[in-house]
Design a protein around this ligand. Structure first.
Ligand code: HEC
Ligand code: HEC
Length: 403
């Protein structure tokens, strides 16, 4: 049965199609059938009068179905319809979450009326879970169906049928308690709340992207691929993040996250090149912390910063930095011209510039940079031009990205 419902061994598109058909064709047909049955039974047995009225009073109050009762029915229907329309306008119908993505986890929750069953199942595992999942609704339905056959007393007074009502009340009580527990567990679970917030943010983003760029032919989760920088981010995550953005102990290279190569990053690097954030995890350990202070230090930072091509570099400060660089210790180990190779330290010319990053990814062990000590795998042959551009754009974007 499971296989024919999900149309295969697992959930998939066919499952959704099948359930759509079930809800659009089969269930409405069933509902119409039940309505017809209800009207037939109603005509046969007539209305159930309130239990506190005796025969005489009933006779006195009897009214024809048409038009009195019909009018009341119409009023009630109009009222329910109005409430549904208002709810629809307020909530915009069924909630529109982010497109389903099989590669991300999603904490699904059933509607409130199934919450009790959902919560109840948490207390059973394996074989028992199946038994309870199938058994509980069968037992509940069975009890309801058997009520008219078991409870055959002529009186309609609730006092005369307490045991049956007690069974019903117990059922409702258990369901209400399980529902309350389920909601309160979710409310108090930080994990669930943060997953929910993330899912909400994702759905907002999906809608924003769909509004801005339209929905691509692939549909669904493909809206996310339209975000500028999506490919670069994805490639970085796949190929670089392990060495550059991973947890401290797994990381093998300098930290490349939001803020990479901004002024703060560069000044932190110069102050402590061997820090775990920078060359700590690598074989490179020859540069001493820079101890120069004040404006001179700011000038050196500005000089390195200007290499990235950032358009807000202060050119007066850069000139001053260049003088300090040439006159001081830096030039003993570094060049800053792109051409010179095999200094003690890497050539700093164009460091962090898009053109440099492109070359660097393809050729990190170039003698201009880290030469023999390089531990970063070359990206040669791994990317086409567009992918390389996206990757570089991503790295450059980090400079101004917020943490
Ligand atoms: C003793 C030689 C030496 C001196 C002096 C020196 N550096 Fe370095 N520098 C290196 C080496 C070698 C590296 C590579 C990292 C390592 O081995 O610690 C490096 C790394 C760097 C980096 C990072 C390069 C990259 O690709 O990430 C910058 C920026 C830098 N140095 C700037 C300077 C500045 C500015 C000065 C002058 C204040 C300076 N260095 C002085 C040897 C030196
Ligand atoms: C196996 C680990 C590893 C992988 C994978 C890796 N890198 Fe690196 N990367 C390093 C190391 C180590 C360094 C330090 C310099 C060196 O060893 O050549 C580095 C240096 C860099 C630098 C220079 C940082 C600086 O401060 O000058 C950039 C930029 C960079 N990597 C980008 C990337 C990109 C982009 C990718 C993915 C395409 C990537 N890396 C993949 C290990 C890695």
């Amino acid at each position: 049965m499971q296989e024919s419902m999900q149309a295969g061994n697992g959930y998939g598109n066919l499952t959704i199609t099948r359930f759509f058909a079930l809800h659009v064709f089969v269930l409405p047909a069933l509902l119409i059938g039940l309505t017809v049955l209800h009207i037939a039974l109603f005509r046969k047995h007539h209305q159930t009068p309130p239990w506190w009225l005796d025969e005489k009073e009933l006779q006195r109050r009897a009214q024809p179905f048409w038009p009195d009762q019909m009018f009341k029915d119409m009023l009630a229907m109009a009222f329910v319809f109005a409430v549904l329309v208002i709810i629809n306008f307020k909530t915009h119908g069924a909630p529109l979450d982010a497109p389903a993505d099989p590669s991300t986890a999603f904490d699904a929750r059933p509607e409130w009326y199934f919450r009790s069953l959902f919560q109840g199942l948490k207390y059973f595992h394996g074989f028992f879970e199946v038994i309870v999942a199938l058994g509980a609704p069968v037992i509940a339905g069975g009890v309801l169906l058997s009520l008219p056959f078991v409870d055959r007393g002529p009186s309609k007074s609730p006092r005369k049928r307490l045991p049956y009502l007690a069974v019903l009340a117990m059922g409702f009580g258990v369901a209400a308690a399980l529902t309350a527990i389920s909601y309160s567990e979710d409310r108090n679970s930080e994990e669930f709340q943060s997953a929910k917030a993330k899912a909400h943010a994702r759905s907002q983003k999906a809608r924003m992207l769909a509004k801005t760029y339209g929905v691509p032919p692939a549909g669904g989760a493909a809206v996310f691929t339209q975000e500028p920088g999506y490919l670069g981010k994805k490639l970085f995550k796949r190929d670089c993040a392990g060495c550059h953005a991973g947890p401290v102990n797994d990381r093998k290279g300098p930290e490349i996250i939001a803020g990479f190569n901004n002024r703060q990053y560069i000044s932190d690097l110069l102050r402590n090149p061997a820090a775990n954030r920078f060359f700590g995890p690598t074989k490179l350990d020859e540069m001493e912390p820079v101890t120069i202070k004040g404006e001179d230090f700011a000038a050196l930072v500005e000089l390195v910063y200007a290499q990235t091509g950032a358009d807000d570099a202060n050119s007066a400060l850069v000139l001053k930095g260049q003088e300090l660089f040439d006159d001081g210790d830096c030039s003993d180990c570094h060049s800053i011209d792109w051409e010179t190779e095999e200094d003690i330290g890497p050539n700093l010319g164009m460091r962090g510039n898009p053109a440099m990053l492109r070359e660097f990814i393809l050729d990190p062990d170039h003698l201009r940079w880290f030469g023999e000590k390089n531990e970063m795998p070359s990206g040669k042959g791994e990317y086409n031009d567009a992918e390389l551009d996206e990757l570089v754009d991503y790295l450059v974007g980090l400079r101004t990205a917020k943490k």
